[in-house]
Design a protein around this ligand. Structure first.
Ligand code: PDD
Length: 286
């Protein structure tokens, strides 16, 4: 089925949507994005994604071409037009298209940002990956130093995922100066003696919207949380591990660099957190 997508104020069939070859998102990776999940036709944690988008834009001296209320309406309309019960909405704002290629930002009075949104249909709630658990490899950090900004510069993530697939694994965790930063497209956690351990926020990792929600729900459920650095060796010796993202929610991890965690099946803390997340996130869906 042809999707209806949104480009700069217009709802169009995906085959008719066009962006300039001079668009800085295309030429420079000069664009930010968000992925918001949809469950039962409703947007999960739109508020969180909206807030992070505003921060990403601010960090790059960009402005959104529409208001945040309008953005919500566009999300909702696309979900409706494409009949999305379960899946997601991808949003991208680039600095726009000047009439040539240049490193310097163009004058924002002259060049307006490009806003693109499209939907994806996907089974999220019932996930074979979540039931089975992921095998991950570690890989040396190779991305830029502002991973707190959600930009479309994703080649490092793609390369890491391909390296994992090449050796029969599902995903990769980046390691910098001996410590795990995050997963290729998710935040990373280990569990030891019931305690949830995850790296503290900084410019070295993305402040996941799912991370914030999961940590909040875990605290409400009286679970212990420690935000600190951890190594791959510590992760391999942990009772369990998992990752979080808007599209996979809580994804159990059963193997790290060939070492099985616990009994090699998804652990109880990850499973419980996935349940809690799905239940609580639905209450706030819009
Ligand atoms: N990725 N870290 C990185 C590098 C990510 O790309 C993502 C999300 C996360 C988790 O953030 P959140 O919980 O807000 O989804 C952490 C999205 C899903 C993607 O690129 O498709």
């Amino acid at each position: 089925m042809t999707r209806t997508v949104y480009v700069n104020g217009e709802y169009l069939p995906e085959t008719e949507a066009k962006v300039s070859i001079f668009d800085r998102g295309f030429l420079m990776g000069d664009a930010v994005y968000e992925v918001t999940s949809v469950l039962d036709g409703k947007l999960i944690d739109f508020e969180g994604h909206k807030n992070r988008l505003e921060r990403s834009l601010k960090e790059l001296d960009m402005t959104a071409p529409v208001t945040m209320d309008e953005l919500l309406e566009i999300h909702r309309k696309l979900v409706e037009l494409n009949d999305i019960d379960e899946g997601g909405v991808y949003l991208q704002i680039s600095r726009g298209a000047d009439d040539d290629r240049a490193f310097e930002y163009p004058d924002p009075e002259k060049v307006k940002p490009t806003l693109v949104l499209f939907t994806q249909k996907k089974n999220l709630r019932n996930s074979a990956s979540a039931d089975k658990g992921y095998k991950v490899i570690s890989i040396e950090e190779m991305r830029w130093a502002r991973r707190d900004i959600k930009t479309v510069q994703l080649l490092g993530a793609s390369m890491a995922k391909m390296a994992a697939h090449k050796v029969g694994c599902d995903d990769a965790w980046f390691v910098e100066d001996g410590y795990v930063t995050e997963g290729s497209s998710n935040n990373a956690y280990i569990v030891k003696d019931g305690k949830i351990i995850t790296r503290q926020l900084s410019n070295k990792l993305l402040a996941g919207i799912t991370r914030a929600a999961v940590l909040r729900f875990a605290a409400e459920a009286q679970m212990q949380i420690e935000e600190r650095l951890f190594t791959i060796e510590e992760a391999q010796a942990a009772d369990e591990a998992f990752s979080t993202s808007a599209t996979a929610f809580v994804q159990p991890i059963v193997e790290i660099d060939g070492a099985a965690l616990g009994d090699g099946t998804p652990g109880p803390v990850a499973k419980r957190l996935r349940e809690i997340y799905l239940e609580e996130a639905m209450k706030l869906a819009v």
